[in-house]
Write a protein that binds this ligand. Structure first.
Ligand code: ADP
Ligand code: MG
Length: 240
């Protein structure tokens, strides 16, 4: 379970998270929507300890992420994160991209890491691309490789930050299908997304962020069907 308690975060004078309270239980698929600059990415980077927080607490399975003495490397193995920009190692094959962290961080043998990587790459539909270099993959395939790379660490939670936003429209569907597959398997996920149809279909709950505040959170039927917050109404009207 991820527990976010009254989290505040500023960059200089700009308060980006203004007291966020949110609990994500195991098995939940939470999508996060909201305008540019509303604090969505910052929330994800605070959850996995890439960013510090100014006050409040984030607790993942009982571990306070920002407490002194927390082993962030250990914590991050629980929390897979995939960003908008795919960051493949260009000089490594697809298989090598996925085995790198299991070998270096988990200390697995080549055979063990290969077996896990083949399994995860097959899972995301790239079982026939093992020996290919990332530059030969489409954007959608690169993003699926990034997902496989995160899954190869056997995370308990997956954080997705607009993973389809940099893709050509015809490649968005294949990546969303991969996310749907993970959701159907019970992966606990927080997905920041602009894909409203996807959010509606796949989420247990949807959170709307506006100017650093979580202005509304509800199951998708309720949030999209009967939005209460005026800024959410405006946001939804503008995205149609
Ligand atoms: P979102 O993902 O919702 O678009 P972000 O969390 O990326 O929003 O950013 C929220 C605000 O914080 C934006 O105004 C952004 O410019 C600012 N911001 C984000 N990261 C930094 C940083 N490292 N330094 C300074 N300002 C930042
Ligand atoms: Mg963002």
């Amino acid at each position: 379970m991820i527990e976010i308690e009254n989290v505040r975060k500023s960059f200089g004078q700009l308060e980006v998270l203004k007291g966020i309270n949110l609990t994500v239980p195991k098995g939940e698929v939470l999508t996060v929507i909201g305008g540019s600059g509303s604090g969505k990415s910052t929330l994800l980077t605070c959850i996995n300890g890439l960013e510090t927080i100014d006050s409040g607490r984030i607790v993942v399975d009982g571990t306070d992420v920002h407490a002194k003495g927390t082993d962030l490397n250990k914590l991050r193995r629980k929390l897979g994160i995939v960003f908008q920009q795919f960051n493949a190692f260009p000089h490594l094959t697809v298989l090598e991209n996925v085995t790198l962290a299991p070998r270096k961080v988990l200390g697995l043998s080549k055979a063990e890491a290969d077996a896990i990587a083949v399994k995860q790459l097959t899972h995301v539909g790239l079982g026939d691309k093992l020996k290919v270099y990332p530059s030969r993959l489409s954007g959608g395939q690169q993003q699926r490789m990034a997902i496989a790379r995160a899954l190869a660490m056997s995370p308990d939670y997956m954080l997705f930050d607009e993973v389809t936003s940099a893709l050509d429209p015809q490649l968005v569907g294949e990546v969303l299908d991969t996310l749907r597959l993970l959701a159907s398997e019970g992966m606990t996920m927080i997905c920041v997304t602009h894909e409203m149809k996807f959010a509606r279909e796949v989420s247990d709950r949807v959170a709307f962020f506006h100017k650093g505040v979580m202005a509304e959170i509800a199951p998708p039927d309720e949030l999209f069907g009967a939005p209460k917050d005026p800024d959410l109404r405006q946001f939804l009207a503008a995205t149609h």
